[in-house]
Ligand binder design. Structure first.
Ligand code: THU
Length: 159
């Protein structure tokens, strides 16, 4: 028997169609992206999260000569956020990725490990995090929760 899982996402046509706070998050993710430490892949990723107290935290990918020791922009950002604001909810997470020297427009989704990590914080705060992902220009994809990007998800309920 074959079954289907439905996921939902919204396509936002371009930067101009974002709300003011979304534009701010896009701009901050884009700005921090340019300071990413990615000398091995030359793929620069920036992330910005909006907290319920209105603060915005940003981060970028951090690579390492021992490749697996590096970390994606999303986890750099949410780990720092949870370490410093353990009781403050994350409302939105914006991620922008593109090669250093290319003007790409395909939205770059969070990798599998980042999805799993974001899911952990949704569970911790008992509330979804709106996820936005984009490239430098073009469409922006939005989901209401990381669960839409991770339909079969492993969480603490199985332990
Ligand atoms: N990267 C991120 O920062 N986030 C993702 O979700 C995908 C990949 C980084 C990791 C590595 O530094 C570079 O992009 C190439 O994979």
């Amino acid at each position: 028997m074959e079954k289907e899982i439905k996921i939902n996402f919204e396509v936002i046509e371009s930067y101009d169609h974002l709300t003011d706070i979304e534009k701010t998050l896009f701009d901050k993710a884009q700005a921090i992206r340019q300071q990413a430490y990615a000398p091995y892949s030359n793929f620069l990723v920036g992330c910005a999260v909006l907290l319920e107290n209105g603060e915005i935290i940003t981060g970028s990918n951090q690579e390492n000569a021992a490749y697996p020791s590096g970390l994606c922009a999303e986890r750099t950002t949410i780990f720092w956020t949870s370490a410093n604001y353990p009781d403050v909810k994350i409302k939105k997470l914006f991620v922008i990725g593109a090669p250093k020297e290319a003007l790409t427009s395909t939205p770059i989704p969070p990798c599998g490990a980042c999805r799993q990590s974001i899911l952990e914080y949704e569970a911790k705060q008992k509330e979804g995090i709106e996820i936005y992902f984009a490239s430098l220009n073009g469409e922006i994809y939005k989901t209401k929760s990381i669960r839409d990007l991770l339909p079969f998800s492993f969480d603490s309920s199985f332990l």
